[in-house]
Design a protein around this ligand. Structure first.
Ligand code: KG4
Ligand code: ZN
Length: 362
């Protein structure tokens, strides 16, 4: 398709209410005209995880405003748009429905094409928005709710090479922080603590490394950490600051090693012609994990791509972009699409039935 496409994207599948406007002009790099994200951490803090009903209500209350803000910041009116893209799943169904209903209303009122987008496809296609990478490439999605290897072969062709069979790594970081009385979200604090700790003092398990393929498991790690913590408490009556740092360092080293080893296997499974290894998700912010992945990519001779964090974590620019990709590829749009709590990108892969704190995993 050889015309300019300007799309509004809407995202509300978890605990971020987001809207964005992205434009693609022929011959130019795509432009993010605006990308607004309103988090809900404070609403769920007291409950130790995302409460679906609270999330859905907050999305319903905030979506109108954030869409208006995104349009205003982009300097576009509804009349300047060529389409509306909305996350239609997977995710917490109440939130997904809030976004879908708003998008349906806007599309009906304006006559604009409505493009339902799979949230995971949004993450997976982001390196094309930020770096213009060609197919095929390998995407490692690591966040509080996702953990999977996707071989991205085309706008609508993804092969799931493996993923977690239980917790996502971000969840493991958050639970580790909780066990050590550190604040949420756990990832950034655990990383800081770990930087001052000795990763060799506690040797935590590297789950599933002995098993072929690139499936992973992270739930056993927190049990090991809990046991190590309790052993110290039993011996000394409490844990010192240094104990805590060493526990964090040991835990982070285990996660980093599992991700690096499994990524090397996924790269080997992906075959020849791979254009890049890309990462997305909040956990990709972790310096030690990132360094491990960079090394693995360098060894395999593929470029390593890590989009800026604001585009790695949940946002609506990735949804608008996925909409643009689908429109310009002339992919069919089902006008009767429904919001879906589960929606695996790769229909051929077995469903993963983790029950993470951030809701259903695809
Ligand atoms: O992608 P994201 O913002 O949200 C979803 O999970 O959808 O990822 C958030 C997760 C949290 O679990 C957080 O603890 C983790 O990413 N995280 C980190 C770091 N920064 C955020 N994990 C490890 N190291 C970090 N520096
Ligand atoms: Zn996400």
């Amino acid at each position: 398709m050889d015309r300019t496409l300007t799309l509004l994207g809407i995202e509300s599948s978890c605990d971020d209410t987001a809207a964005a406007v992205v434009r693609l002009q022929p011959g130019l790099a795509p432009q993010i005209l605006s990308s607004e994200v309103l988090g809900q951490t404070n609403l769920h803090e007291a409950f130790g995880g995302v409460v679906p009903e609270i999330a859905a209500r907050a999305h319903a209350e905030r979506l109108d405003g954030i869409v208006e803000l995104a349009l205003e910041k982009a300097g576009t009116g509804l009349g300047d748009l060529d389409g509306i893209a909305v996350t239609a799943g997977p995710g917490l169904i109440g939130g997904v429905l809030s976004g879908v209903m708003l998008a349906r209303g806007l599309a009906a009122a304006t006559g604009l094409p409505l493009v339902p987008v799979n949230h995971l496809a949004g993450h997976a296609l982001t390196p094309r928005l930020t770096d213009g990478v060609e197919f095929p490439y390998l995407m490692l999605l690591v966040s509080g709710g996702h953990c999977q290897f996707l071989l991205v072969e085309a706008v609508d062709r993804f092969r799931r090479l493996g993923g977690t069979i239980d917790d996502a790594p971000g969840e493991a970081f958050d639970k580790t922080a909780k066990l050590l009385a550190l604040p949420q979200p756990g990832g950034p604090v655990v990383e800081v603590e770990a930087s001052q700790g000795d990763p060799r003092r506690f040797r935590f398990p590297r789950p599933l490394l002995d098993r072929e393929g690139c499936d992973m498991s992270f739930s056993g790690l927190k049990t090991a950490l809990l046991r190590a913590r309790d052993t110290i408490i039993a011996e000394k009556g409490g844990i010192t600051v240094q104990d805590r740092r060493d526990l964090c360092a040991g835990f982070q080293a285990a996660v980093a090693e599992v991700l690096a080893v499994k990524t090397a296997r996924a790269l080997a499974l992906a075959g020849d012609g791979l254009q890049a290894l890309a990462v997305a998700g909040g956990v990709a912010a972790n310096g030690v994990i990132r360094a491990g992945l960079e090394t693995v990519a360098a060894k395999a001779g593929v470029p390593f791509l890590a989009p800026p964090l604001r585009l790695c974590t949940d946002n609506a620019a990735m949804i608008a972009w996925a909409g643009i990709e689908r429109l310009r590829a002339n992919l069919p749009r089902d006008p009767n699409f429904v919001a879906r709590p589960r929606w695996p990108l790769d229909d051929r892969a077995q469903a993963m039935l983790g029950s993470g704190k951030k809701g259903a995993k695809a």
